[in-house]
Design a protein around this ligand. Structure first.
Ligand code: P53
Length: 479
């Protein structure tokens, strides 16, 4: 039996436009929803401001200036051995308000150059259409994705970039972590997924479901249009898989786990199976939630199913119904609480570290859909120390990645999961999405910039750089 990963396995790295590019207001770009998010901190949420305010600091405005430095960065990625680079297209570079009839040529030109440069370096671009960077005007003019009018704006954008890059990009994804809004707890996810701010007197759950359904229709329509433009396109969805374990073997905990996972699976269930699951329609009936969804749209969902499942994996969660166990109530699953898993540790940001969970996810998702999978994010956000010699000894990051790759190999080699590739998140240090910090670092390449925005932006290779280089060179044999 072959004990190796497939020869054409796509080892890569991942970033997103708004967290890396900066250049937020140059060459005709319009502001995006990421541009009105201030810097938070470890445990401090980011604020969403009404427009861009003078006296606030917005870390995404400059980010790591990838917009002007991508050539240098791609040279480093090539040296690292990356076979692919996952990034996203900033929607508001192409359509500054999302509503223009004609695209902004300077924006299109930037991605032409970027993708050409990737290909020149032997790196295949893997591209997300919407990674938390909806044009800000779509919030102002439409109130975000719960509004049906936004569907066609997205499809226009998708068609435009499919057409333009049809000979440069094969692997696409539609909406980044579309299911993050499912939990609905944190307003920031509803903002970044759907450009919505939900007022006290509005039905949050109904709006989040409506926005999600609209995005699923938009995604399916994009798949249909994409296939017309280039039948060889591989168009996937992008999910955040955070498996929710039962805390105990109490049958009630098992049901709570099932229900919590169902909430998160809803989106890929539609993406992959092309229909709304019965558990969802039943739930909407019970809660009196009216979802607008026409016959024609149902047809689009049926027709526009995805080719593969792209997903992020960082951590698992745990849920319980046991009264004696402490935890945090979850609105979605009444009478259950999210709690700590006593068998695993957490990062400095409180994210559970669970490498075995990756094997569990790969198996569950593959069994559920029987489609190829692509791990498009995984990584360890940590505080790094720069030594006097400009080195970073990030053994903790290597350990995290090694353990996850070990589990990934088990899933592929022992369990038979069909996996396209692995692109660790924040291959170069970028702005943290959740906190806006620079010092929550994921990279194998260090970027000299701190939380306040000070630094030279100089790039330095960390120990993990040399480690990952060997991993790729040996196709995952030497960990
Ligand atoms: P940061 C929650 C759970 C899993 C993934 O996150 C998540 C989130 C949101 O915080 O987001 C993804 O930078 C997302 C990236 C993000 C990355 O995970 O908050 O797709 O944009 O940067 C890491 O540490």
């Amino acid at each position: 039996m072959n004990r190796e990963l497939p020869k054409d396995f796509l080892w890569g790295g991942a970033i997103a436009a708004h967290q890396a590019e900066g250049a937020w207001n140059v060459d005709g770009r319009g502001p995006s929803i990421a541009d009105v998010m201030t810097a938070g901190g470890n445990g401090i949420p980011r604020k969403i401001t009404k427009g861009v305010l003078e006296d606030e600091y917005y870390p995404n405005h400059e980010a790591i200036d990838f917009y002007h430095r991508y050539k240098e960065d791609l040279r480093l990625f090539k040296e690292l051995g990356l076979k692919c680079l996952r990034t996203s297209i900033s929607w508001s570079r192409i359509f500054p308000t999302g509503q223009e009839e004609t695209p902004n040529e300077q924006g299109l030109k930037f991605y032409d150059d970027l993708f050409d440069e990737c290909l020149k370096n032997g790196i295949e671009p893997v591209v997300t259409l919407s990674h938390f960077e909806i044009p800000y005007a779509i919030y102002e003019d439409f109130g975000g994705f719960a509004n049906k009018a936004v569907i066609s704006l997205f499809v226009k954008f998708a068609k435009c970039v499919f057409e333009r890059y049809k000979n440069k990009v094969t692997y696409w994804m539609t909406f980044n972590e579309i299911n993050n809004q499912a939990d609905g707890q944190e307003p920031v996810h509803v903002w970044t997924n759907s450009a919505m701010i939900i007022e006290e007197d509005q039905n949050k759950e109904a709006m989040v479901f409506q926005a999600g359904v609209n995005e699923l229709i938009a995604s399916a329509q994009a798949v249909i249009e994409g296939k017309k433009i280039n039948p060889a396109f591989q168009i996937g969805c992008m999910m955040a898989y955070v498996p929710i374990y039962p805390y105990s073997c109490a049958p009630e905990d098992m049901i709570a786990s099932l229900k919590a996972n169902e909430r998160r699976f809803f989106y890929s269930d539609v993406h992959a199976r092309g229909k709304i699951p019965t558990y969802a329609t039943r739930y909407w009936e019970q809660k009196g939630i009216q979802i607008e969804l026409s016959e024609e749209e149902l047809q689009v969902l049926r027709q526009g199913t995805v080719d593969y499942i792209g997903f992020s994996y960082y951590m698992s969660g745990t849920i319980t119904t046991l009264p004696e166990v402490e935890g945090v109530e979850t609105e979605d699953i009444p009478s259950a609480k999210l709690t700590k898993n006593p068998y695993i540790s957490v990062s400095d940001w409180g994210w559970p570290i669970d490498s075995v969970g990756l094997r569990y996810v790969l198996n569950t998702v593959y069994q559920r859909y029987d489609l190829p999978l692509f791990i498009v994010e995984n990584g360890f956000g940590a505080y790094d120390q720069l030594t006097e010699n400009n080195e970073v000894h990030d053994e903790y990051r290597i350990t995290y990645l090694r353990k996850h790759i070990e589990q990934m190999k088990k899933a592929v080699i022992d369990d038979g999961v069909d996996l396209l590739g692995y692109t660790p998140w924040g291959i170069i240090d970028i702005v943290s999405f959740g906190t806006g910090e620079m010092e929550k670092r994921y990279g194998m390449i260090y970027v000299d910039k701190d939380n306040a925005g000070n630094g030279t932006l100089q790039r330095l290779k960390k120990d993990s750089f040399y480690w990952y280089q060997k991993v790729i060179e040996t196709n995952g044999q030497q960990l």
